[in-house]
Design a protein around this ligand. Structure first.
Ligand SMILES: *[C@@H]1O[C@H](CO)[C@@H](O)[C@H](O)[C@H]1NC(C)=O
Ligand SMILES: *[C@@H]1O[C@H](CO)[C@@H](O)[C@H](O)[C@H]1NC(C)=O
Ligand SMILES: *[C@@H]1O[C@H](CO)[C@@H](O)[C@H](O)[C@H]1NC(C)=O
Ligand SMILES: *[C@@H]1O[C@H](CO)[C@@H](O)[C@H](O)[C@H]1NC(C)=O
Ligand SMILES: *[C@@H]1O[C@H](CO)[C@@H](O)[C@H](O)[C@H]1NC(C)=O
Ligand SMILES: *[C@@H]1O[C@H](CO)[C@@H](O)[C@H](O)[C@H]1NC(C)=O
Ligand SMILES: *[C@@H]1O[C@H](CO)[C@@H](O)[C@H](O)[C@H]1NC(C)=O
Ligand SMILES: *[C@@H]1O[C@H](CO)[C@@H](O)[C@H](O)[C@H]1NC(C)=O
Ligand SMILES: *[C@@H]1O[C@H](CO)[C@@H](O)[C@H](O)[C@H]1NC(C)=O
Length: 373
């Protein structure tokens, strides 16, 4: 086995070796008169062992200068005796530690007596020895169910510590694949279809970040859907009363004999037997009776601003339940009428009417309010 020609040249003059892959360790001889720069070649990261062996130490000795690579002191040690010296690793070489110099390790072996520097460079090749790591263990987001398709609901981010772009490129995905969400190349989680709180109020899935070698890590993504379409009553409770001119219940606007001396001329007195059949017809077909005057404002439930779905009102309960059949709510307007005459003498306390508003397209979306009469 012959010695590499360059090492022979290196014995006598400065030699710069580039792109030559040596196997380490390399045997060298420092030049204490003019200095000798040697490129030691390339080695895969993770290497441990001897890097440079100096079989013959010049008079006065040698010392290691790590001014150009402060972090090298963590990885390299220099063992020198009067006769020989060895530069070796203290721990496995890691390209990521030499990120600032793109994986190049530079140091100098000084001749102590002449103070001449012998430069050394070694390239630590990047391997795919790091998997992507998510910045958070869990990502959470609140998303309105009215969000449009394509909206970014949350941004996840993983970092792959590997130095070279070939080894730190990340692909994001959702596990298991979802029909509702998808991951973009930069870790944005996007909406693929319209949400519906009735169908799912929470999504819990895994986001995966994988590098090109297949190393990956995962994180939990929890998305809460905001129940945006549920109607909301403006007030709860409402207070109701029957306007005084309507207390003689029930009443309806029907053709009347003109009355000049009565303020309640438009109110018919149904105790008159004459009107009874009409009154029953009204109840059956028009359900007309005195309108409850409701404070602080007419009963109204609003859907969210973005929604224009139709709301349907109904009475869910009347307390005391004896009065269950006395009231009726207009399902479109929310106007409550007294449809069966109430005996005011009998009513000791108040009557509570529970009114429900629900969406026409989704009867599970409801809101309730109390109307205290
Ligand atoms: C030699 O190495 C020492 C550190 O060990 C450093 O202080 C000095 O600047 C280096 N160079 C010379 C020319 O002495
Ligand atoms: C290097 O020096 C040490 C300490 O003096 C000695 O034990 C060892 O045998 C030497 N190695 C070589 C290869 O000469
Ligand atoms: C990354 O993948 C490479 C090639 O499959 C493998 O050798 C290495 O051990 C993996 N590293 C990690 C940290 O998973
Ligand atoms: C989601 O909404 C809940 C309740 O309003 C709140 O406590 C939480 O901080 C919100 N989360 C995010 C990520 O905005
Ligand atoms: C999400 O799912 C994981 C695994 O199924 C479970 O461990 C976790 O508790 C769930 N988180 C929530 C907030 O539902
Ligand atoms: C309704 O008719 C009854 C009997 O005819 C009468 O006693 C009562 O005063 C009438 N009420 C009104 C408001 O006209
Ligand atoms: C809601 O409004 C949009 C336009 O603002 C309209 O296209 C749609 O038909 C409306 N839907 C209903 C149920 O009224
Ligand atoms: C009506 O509701 C109010 C408030 O919840 C309550 O204090 C009252 O007892 C209820 N009255 C009846 C008759 O249920
Ligand atoms: C949401 O899903 C429910 C149940 O399938 C359905 O009744 C409702 O119409 C849906 N809402 C919308 C806005 O599509």
């Amino acid at each position: 086995m012959g010695t590499s020609p360059c090492v022979l040249i290196a014995l006598f003059s400065a030699c710069w070796i580039t792109n030559v892959i040596h196997s380490l360790p390399l045997t060298t001889t420092p030049d204490c008169s003019t200095g000798l720069t040697v490129h030691l070649g390339e080695i895969d990261e993770g290497y441990t062992g001897d890097i440079e062996i100096i079989p013959s130490v010049p008079d006065g000795g040698l010392e290691l200068n790590l001014e150009l690579c402060p972090q090298c002191s963590e990885f390299l040690e220099f063992i020198s005796s009067f006769t020989n010296a060895t530069l070796r690793t203290k721990k496995p070489l890691d390209t990521e530690a030499f990120r600032e110099t793109a994986g190049v390790v530079s140091y100098q072996i000084n001749c102590t007596s002449s103070r001449v520097e012998n430069g050394r460079t070694l390239i630590v090749r990047d391997l795919n020895d790091n998997a992507p790591v998510f910045e958070k263990e869990e990502y959470r987001a609140n998303v309105s169910e009215t969000s449009p398709v394509g909206e970014i609901v949350v941004q996840v981010k993983a970092v792959d510590a590997d130095f070279s772009p070939a080894h730190n490129h990340i692909t994001y995905s959702i596990q298991p694949p979802s029909q509702t969400f998808e991951a973009s190349g930069s870790g944005q989680i996007l909406l693929k279809e319209r949400l519906n709180y009735t169908i799912a109020s929470q999504y819990n899935f895994t986001a995966k970040a994988q590098d090109d070698a297949g190393n990956f890590s995962q994180t939990q993504v929890i998305i809460n859907i905001i129940d945006q379409l549920r109607p909301e009553f403006e007030y709860n409770p409402y207070e109701a009363s029957v306007p005084e001119n309507q207390v003689s219940l029930p009443s309806i606007a029907l053709p009347l004999p003109q009355s000049t001396n009565s303020v309640t001329s438009d109110v018919l007195n149904y105790t008159s037997l004459f009107w009874l059949p009409l009154y029953i017809l009204d109840l059956l077909f028009y359900q007309v009776g005195p309108v409850l005057e409701v404070l602080p404002a007419p009963i109204q439930a609003n859907p969210s601003e973005e929604s224009n779905y139709t709301i349907i009102y109904s009475i869910s309960e009347v307390s005391p339940s004896d009065y269950q059949n006395n009231f009726n709510v207009d399902q479109v307007t929310g106007v409550i009428r007294v449809v069966t005459e109430l005996d005011f003498e009998e009513i000791k306390d108040n009557i509570n009417i529970s009114v429900k508003a629900s969406l026409e397209i989704d009867s599970t979306r409801t809101a309730n309010t109390l109307v205290m009469y």
